[in-house]
Design a protein around this ligand. Structure first.
Ligand SMILES: [Zn+2]
Length: 104
């Protein structure tokens, strides 16, 4: 196998990983109200794909789970969202910790 081929393959794997991460979050979002445990499992799976493939989870999706306990964050159900001094503050009901994000 030549180098060019290898690079192409790597790109393909990364694209696939990104797609499945997005897919898992979509599933988690649609199933959460019926089955929150399953939604949390999808987050775990998405993180596993991310770690294995070395593809980071998109920033918009990073806000969908708690960075402390990795539980799926569903506004009003498992999380409270506030904006404070140009920052997005998400409070996790599960571990009672705050997740802070800078707003643009
Ligand atoms: Zn948490």
């Amino acid at each position: 196998m030549n180098i060019r081929h290898k690079i192409k393959e790597k790109k393909l794997v990364k694209n696939l990983a990104k797609e499945s991460i997005e897919h898992y979050f979509k599933l988690a979002d649609s199933i959460f109200l019926k089955n929150p445990i399953l939604a949390n499992r999808y987050v775990t799976l998405a993180r596993k794909v991310s770690m294995k493939s070395n593809v980071s989870i998109p920033k918009t999706l990073q806000k969908k789970f708690c960075k402390h306990c990795y539980k799926y964050l569903y506004p009003t159900k498992t999380a409270r969202i506030r904006t404070l001094k140009g920052k997005l503050v998400i409070y996790c009901f599960n571990c009672k910790k705050f997740n802070r994000y800078r707003l643009k």
